[in-house]
Ligand binder design. Structure first.
Ligand code: IPE
Ligand code: IPE
Ligand code: MG
Length: 267
């Protein structure tokens, strides 16, 4: 199970004046980037890998500890077969070429999602990359692949119930958290979606409950360190209240007694 338990953001008051600890990104707009240049859609995916590299570098420079990237959703299988195959090959190539560099840079690599639908060769590369980088802690880079937020909640519920049948009817939110795919990370502080669309598209549904949302018209291949800094700047101007009032935050009365008093949380 998880190496470490993090308090849910619905409980803990995190200060937005600091750098976000965890950034989760929907990397959208690759196809449109390519189309604007009269290139095939897949050229946009290829360029998207450069934006990933730039974003990882910028996260390390800013002191972000967790970066989670949505690379392939459980709904993306609906795309044309050629595009799906290209994305899988791109993932394989990126793993083959980049993992050693991630490791040299002290980056821990994780994948969340339902891996059973992937080619065994790809699964093998993922497992090897995860174990090679398991002890690194400068930045945890998580790639969501064949991931869906509803799948995540459902698989967590099923495992939680199977392992604790005696508790049915009495489960609390904290009981579920260890079974979620991202049990090794705190909930995201900042969510970024490029490409202009303003939706969650079945990304981390449970974990985004109190995340600050940031949408940009930039297409993913255009995203870079400067764009990340802008998103972080926007985050730092926000007041994270987690249900409390501004006055409470100003006077520092952030005790659990003053927090959202939902019965399930206080069970
Ligand atoms: C995001 O870019 C990458 C993946 C979903 C794999 P898109 O491919 O969705 O690009 P647009 O939205 O069509 O421009
Ligand atoms: C969301 O992008 C998934 C990824 C970035 C991997 P999509 O472009 O597939 O999202 P929708 O379906 O248009 O919302
Ligand atoms: Mg898209």
């Amino acid at each position: 199970m998880s190496e470490r338990r993090f308090a849910s953001s619905t409980r803990e008051v995190l200060d937005s004046a600091t750098v976000p600890r965890h950034i989760a990104i929907i990397m959208d707009g690759n196809g449109r980037w390519a189309r604007k240049r009269l290139l095939p859609r897949v050229a946009g995916h290829k360029r998207g890998v450069d934006a990933v590299r730039a974003t990882i570098r910028a996260c390390i420079e800013s002191g972000v500890r967790y970066l989670t990237l949505f690379a392939f959703s459980s709904e993306n299988w609906r795309r044309p077969q050629d595009e799906v195959s290209f994305l899988m090959q791109l993932f394989v190539r990126a793993l083959e070429e980049e993992v050693a560099k991630l490791h040299e840079n002290g980056i821990r690599f994780r994948v969340i999602g339902e891996l059973s639908r992937f080619d065994p060769g790809l699964v093998d590369l993922i497992i090897r990359a995860e174990s090679m980088t398991a002890d690194n802690d400068r930045l945890t880079l998580t790639v969501a692949a064949n991931y869906g937020g509803r799948w995540d909640i459902l698989q967590a519920l099923q495992r939680m119930i199977a392992e604790n049948p005696e508790k049915i009817g009495g489960f609390a939110e904290d009981d579920l958290a260890p079974y979620l795919a991202m049990n090794f990370a705190p909930e995201p502080d900042l969510f970024i979606r490029t490409g202009g669309e303003q939706r969650i598209s079945n990304f981390l549904l449970w974990q985004l409950a109190y995340t600050e949302l940031y949408f940009t018209e930039l297409l993913w291949p255009e995203f870079d360190g400067a764009a990340l800094d802008q998103a972080i700047e926007s985050y730092r101007r926000r007041e994270r209240r987690f249900g409390r009032t501004s006055e409470q935050l100003a006077t520092g009365s952030q005790s659990e007694a003053a927090s959202v008093g939902s019965s399930s949380q206080n069970a």
